[in-house]
Design a protein around this ligand. Structure first.
Ligand SMILES: Cc1cc2nc3c(=O)[nH]c(=O)nc-3n(C[C@H](O)[C@H](O)[C@H](O)COP(=O)(O)OP(=O)(O)OC[C@H]3O[C@@H](n4cnc5c(N)ncnc54)[C@H](O)[C@@H]3O)c2cc1C
Length: 488
């Protein structure tokens, strides 16, 4: 008889684990509380506009490809990918922006124009980042379930030990003087959920992901990836249930034996949760939880976000698919997220216009967009505050890109801390899980396997390896391997 496993949540880590477990011969059922699958990567359509609700930067295409190859598929069996050129714009003031092209050679030229001699430094920096990418992503990531510090030790990492004791910010500031170039090179670590001054220099492999591997876009947005993974799972017999809220993990003699789904008991041999870690432990008795309230409150969470999904009744100009508005003080905003949590005085923000690449995601002659302001998790969230920041960002976009857009908004929906909590059971309304700082790396992160309850496992952005879609996909593979090898 097949071993049964119930998976809580349908984010990327759960979808990935479901496929690997089904391939290994498990009888897999996925239970998602929301109507749509995909977790933070859900998609919705309104008034002819299509919106991806979460991830939009398709980086590290090799990680996606490896997933598909493991099932004898390619991403192109499911969706078309386009490399974006420009990859993105970074705005520093009125009519003042840098467009990052799609190839390193061209990026070197852009840097040289801003700071003499910087192209030589950039090439050296990206070559180092490329080596770190090979060590971290290609060689180590898939072999690091976070069980022991020994996983981090190899001849290559010993040679680079210095990279763990200095940080990205210092590394960038030593090489580049121009503040614009510095902020562009510090930006990729935001995906790890932490400040550049609190992120080991070894993580500069994210700069290779940015400048070396490029920014890609699936034809129908990120949701194409969700659909592709579900389609692989279905072909392997995985059953997916939406509107299925899990309210309890049922245990007997220190072993998980089932879950309560919409007031019905579902028994299975194993339970895996891809829901936020802190929430999952609340589904257990207090004595069965591994991490205390104090543990969670001492952790550095990745930011939450204030998001606006917008439909415009015209095409917008002077913007591209991905736009970073870095026209205010990077350090101040960072401080107001991590050190002195409060609503930002002068927010940096990100604006995405998918329909500039995939025109079918908006009605003809229209544009869809979403705006993201990173904020500290756990902040007070009210309609008035959302509106205040909406006005700030729309004013800034209008001024910086020299066009009127406010009166052209025909659809608007906001999403913030309270929605992250209500819709995803997110701890303090975090958007991207637990930050990847030096003290929250690998074996120092919450574990994939419960130390208190047999047969209970965890996956996703709050555990190993960390935040972001590629790490979540890897997390699913790592935990599936652990479950497959376990014989509790
Ligand atoms: C706004 C935003 C922008 C982002 N941008 C990017 C980007 O550009 N590129 C990138 O790589 N990453 C990005 N990320 C991060 C990335 O989306 C996440 O790291 C990743 O999707 C997390 O996947 P996960 O498997 O941890 O689970 P999640 O996506 O968090 O899914 C967990 C699921 O569990 C469900 N659940 C919770 N409790 C229960 C319960 N009791 N019963 C049943 N189901 C339950 C939730 O509803 C949810 O569907 C972004 C995230 C956000 C929010």
């Amino acid at each position: 008889m097949k071993k049964t496993i119930s998976i809580i949540g349908s984010g990327f880590s759960s979808l990935s684990a479901a496929c690997y477990l089904a391939k290994a011969g498990f009888d897999v059922s996925v239970f998602e509380k929301n109507s749509e699958f995909g977790g933070r990567a859900r998609q919705f359509k309104e008034k002819g506009f299509t919106f991806d609700m979460g991830p939009s930067w398709y980086w590290m295409p090799d990680v996606f490809e490896k997933f598909f190859n493991d099932f004898d598929k390619k991403s192109s069996d499911f969706y078309n990918l386009k490399k974006l050129n420009p990859a993105y714009h970074v705005y520093f003031g009125n009519d003042d922006y840098i467009a990052i092209p799609d190839e390193l050679e061209k990026i070197l030229d852009v840097f040289e124009k801003e700071e003499e001699g910087s192209s030589i430094e950039l090439l050296k920096f990206i070559n180092m980042a490329k080596e770190n990418y090979k060590i971290a992503v290609t060689d180590m990531l898939y072999k690091m379930p976070g069980n022991s510090p020994l996983e981090l030790i190899s001849l290559d990492t010993i040679k680079r030990i210095g990279h763990f004791f200095t940080n990205i910010k210092k590394q960038v500031h030593k090489r580049f003087k121009n503040p614009k170039l510095r902020s562009i090179l510090e930006f990729p670590v935001l995906f790890l959920g932490a400040e550049s001054s609190n992120t080991p220099a070894f993580y500069n492999f994210m700069n290779y992901a940015d400048f070396g591997l490029g920014t890609w876009q699936p034809n129908n947005g990120f949701y194409d990836v969700v659909k592709a993974m579900i389609s692989i799972g279905e072909s392997l017999g995985v059953k997916y249930y939406n509107k299925s809220n899990v309210s309890q993990i049922i245990t007997k003699n220190n072993s998980a034996i089932g879950i309560m789904v919409n007031d019905k008991i579902i028994n299975s041999k194993y339970i895996l949760s891809g829901a936020d870690y802190n929430h999952t432990e609340k589904l257990l008795q207090k004595s069965e939880r591994q991490y205390s309230k104090e543990y969670w409150s001492s952790k550095t969470l990745a930011p939450s976000s204030l998001l606006f999904y917008l439909g415009f009744n015209k095409k917008l100009k002077n913007l591209t698919h991905h736009n970073l508005f870095f026209d205010t003080d990077f350090n101040l905003h960072s401080k107001e997220i991590y050190k002195d949590p409060k609503w930002p005085s002068k927010p940096l923000f990100y604006a995405n216009f998918t329909s500039m690449t995939n025109s079918h995601t908006a009605p003809e002659g229209c544009e869809n967009g979403f705006i993201l302001i990173p904020i500290a998790p756990g902040l007070e969230d009210t309609e008035d505050l959302r509106e205040k920041y909406f006005d700030i960002v729309i004013d800034r976009i209008e001024k910086i890109t020299n066009q009127e857009i406010r009166s052209n908004i025909i659809y608007k929906k906001s999403f913030c801390v309270n929605d992250f909590i209500n819709e995803y059971n997110s701890y303090k309304g975090n958007a991207y899980g637990l930050a990847n700082t030096l003290l929250q790396t690998s074996f120092l992160r919450p574990k994939l396997k419960s130390s208190k309850v047999n047969n209970l496992f965890f996956t996703g952005q709050l555990t190993v390896p960390g935040p972001g879609v590629p790490p979540s996909i890897v997390s699913g593979e790592l935990v599936a391997d652990l479950i497959n090898k376990s014989n509790p």
